[in-house]
Design a protein around this ligand. Structure first.
Ligand code: FEH
Ligand code: ZN
Ligand code: ZN
Length: 343
């Protein structure tokens, strides 16, 4: 089967032929419908995130069950599922509460999940170590649903933690309207009455935010002007919740400038920026958080949101064999919504 491989830091992904895996006891074989292309993969290829290659990329996957290992019950071939991506130990307190994204034993596992140290879904088939990592798609098309497992789940987890701050008189700021940001604006609309501002340096991304119903979509290339415009919109209370899906120094600094007291600043992007702290900057009461992905039950909730038509990933599909070109387009900001590779 064809597979898109991470070999080592500093090298481009490679499309090669691999044997089709067979499910061992307790495992599940998945026929991949779609594998989302996440910006984090670029960081995996560019920097040393502690993941040792070679392995198949793709940590945002959905498809159909194609084989059940001995002992696997409750599923049948053909079932359409999303793969819960953060693979934990399954035994610790975090994992037992479905928050495998915060597994206590992650350091000993040597992998963060399929496509993140273990073989992922940018291939015709993917081996899933346990059926606990599968979530039914409730009738959704697996190609369109693949981004729900990361591009939607990650912002959903961050937003859910901030819900008490997102009241009708509050302002939420989304910085970066790419794969995660375009889902974040939809989730905020679906879950909260808060006023919404979206920021990006790319006018095409801002147009996408407006298509999704965002009333205030601002170009943030000029940080000073953007901070002033956001502050004028948010009023004396300031931004209640800022979600930075870029995580670079200019975007973190912008968020830190515009959040108010008793707010929340969530840095999600891996852009390498730092949060500088000085008295009352970010303002007193601001919770700075670094959320990571989401829990299995939250993925079930996200799939329900999509099944009810309240959120929808805007997907650009490409043949698996074009993976290297697609990563280059992603790097150049030329993907609308989320790219999904089709085996
Ligand atoms: C992947 C690898 C490392 C950090 C964050 C991520 C996210 O893309 C997972 O959702
Ligand atoms: Zn990701
Ligand atoms: Zn665990």
């Amino acid at each position: 089967m064809k597979a898109v491989r991470f070999v080592e830091t500093g090298r481009l992904a490679e499309v090669i032929d691999l044997p089709t895996p067979r499910p061992g006891p307790g495992q599940v074989l998945l026929k991949i419908a779609g594998a989302g292309v996440c910006h984090s993969d670029l960081h995996i290829m560019d920097e040393d995130l502690g993941l040792k290659g070679p392995f198949t990329l793709g940590h945002e996957n959905a498809g159909w069950i194609a084989g059940l290992g001995v002992g696997v019950e409750g599923w049948k071939e053909g079932d359409a599922v999303a793969v819960y991506g953060p693979w934990g130990c399954g035994r610790c307190h975090a994992c037992q509460t479905s928050m495998e994204n915060y597994c206590e034993n992650h350091a000993a596992l040597g992998t963060m999940g399929g496509g993140l140290g273990s073989d992922g879904g940018m291939a015709e088939y993917m081996l899933i170590p346990s059926p606990r990592l599968l979530v039914p798609l409730q009738g959704l098309d697996p190609i369109a649903a693949a981004p729900l497992s990361d591009a939607a789940l990650t912002p959903y987890h961050a937003i859910k933690q901030a819900l008490p701050l997102l009241t009708p008189d509050a302002t939420a700021l989304v910085v970066g309207v790419g794969g995660l940001g375009h889902m974040a604006v939809q989730i905020l609309r679906a879950l909260t009455p808060a006023r919404l501002i979206a920021g990006d340096i790319d006018d095409a991304k801002l147009a996408h935010a407006r298509e999704l119903g965002v009333e205030h979509a601002l170009n943030t290339r000029d940080g000073e002007a953007a901070a002033q415009a956001i502050t004028d919109l948010a009023g004396p209370r300031g931004v209640a919740v800022a979600l930075d899906f870029v995580g670079a120094q200019p975007t973190i600094d912008l968020c830190a400038r515009v959040v108010g007291r008793n707010s929340r600043l969530s840095v999600v992007g891996l852009g390498g920026g730092v949060v500088h702290y000085a008295a009352n900057r970010p303002p007193y009461g601001c919770q700075v958080t670094v959320p990571y992905w989401g829990s299995r039950t939250e993925l079930m909730e996200v799939i329900s949101l999509a099944a009810d038509g309240r959120i929808r990933a805007d997907v650009e599909t490409f043949p698996l064999e074009q993976a290297v070109e697609v990563y280059q387009r992603l790097r150049e900001g030329r993907i609308h919504g989320r790219a999904v590779l089709l085996p």
